[in-house]
Design a protein around this ligand. Structure first.
Ligand SMILES: C[S@@+](CC[C@H](N)C(=O)[O-])C[C@H]1O[C@@H](n2cnc3c(N)ncnc32)[C@H](O)[C@@H]1O
Length: 266
């Protein structure tokens, strides 16, 4: 399907997804808060389809919690890593826009990755519809997006934006506000970054019910990045984590998180 080759190429040749969630304060906050939110959403034990599950970081945690998990990912190398790790995961190659699963079979479906790799709104709504289709009526859905403002804030917090660069980055940041399209020459890959209202609109159009949007890392994740090499790193990280919990679904600050997690019912 369209753009599949670009995504497979990025994760196979240019980026090592395994271990990403441990690499830096932002991703450590992402991992802790995503797991907390998933555990609240999923409850005790059930069946979980992890679409865009990558090498299986969340799938392994959920299996350890007692859930039965199947992982689907577009990138064959990720599926191979998921199958090979410990415990091995039931993993298959597939596309979020056309899931190889019957209707209404899973207690919960996760979509933690595909939405920011799908540039076209129709594709994102299709992926959300597919997640709902394969989930039993009333079952749970969780989908991740990247906030529209995450990239510029990240580059600022980590000292990678020099405002005296002749205006190139500022020009991209200006365009990003309107079109949501990441410039891969600056970082990451071609990707789509959401406004909160847009994400809610896509979920509503797909038929998701009981929609709640969380800011995953909270508004102080950039402070934790900026403090990472200093003497207060641990204290700032711990405080940023507490703020992420406190403001998790506070509408006025959720867009300040790097990731958004929308939850709802099929
Ligand atoms: C940043 S990784 C996230 C992995 C993991 N879910 C997490 O949250 O840490 C994004 C994942 O989405 C997968 N992906 C992107 N587009 C997809 C699609 N259309 N169908 C299935 N997987 C897709 C990628 O291959 C990659 O493994």
């Amino acid at each position: 399907m369209e753009r599949s080759g670009e995504i497979v190429g990025f994760y196979t040749e240019r980026y090592d997804e395994a271990g990403r969630l441990e690499r830096r304060p932002q991703s450590r906050l992402e991992r802790i808060r995503t797991l907390e939110l998933l555990r609240e959403l999923l409850g005790e034990k059930g069946s979980v389809l992890d679409v865009g599950g990558g090498p299986g970081a969340y799938a392994r945690e959920l299996i350890a919690d007692g859930h039965r998990v199947r992982l689907i990912d577009l990138v064959p190398a990720h599926v191979a890593q998921a199958r090979a790790g410990e415990p091995p995961i039931d993993a298959v190659v597939g596309d979020a826009r056309k899931l190889p699963e019957p209707d209404g079979t899973w207690d919960a479906t996760l979509l933690l990755g595909p939405l920011y790799h799908l540039h076209d709104r129709d594709d994102r709504v299709r992926a959300l519809r597919e997640a709902i289709r394969v989930t039993r009526p009333g079952g749970r859905i969780a989908a991740a997006a990247i906030s529209r403002f995450a990239g510029p804030v990240d580059l600022t917090a980590t000292g990678r934006w020099d405002p005296n660069d002749g205006g190139r980055m500022r020009e991209h940041f200006r365009e990003l506000i309107d079109d949501g399209r990441n410039d891969a020459s600056i970082g990451f890959t071609e990707a789509y970054f959401h406004r909160v209202g847009e994400l809610i609109g896509e979920c509503r159009e797909a038929g998701l019910r009981e929609i709640v949007v969380h800011g995953v890392e909270g508004p102080a994740w950039a402070a934790a990045e900026a403090a990472a090499k200093g003497p207060d790193a641990d204290r700032v990280f711990a405080a940023a984590l507490e703020l992420a919990r406190l403001y998790s679904s506070e509408p006025d600050v959720i867009a300040a998180s790097s990731h958004l997690l929308v939850t709802g019912a099929a």
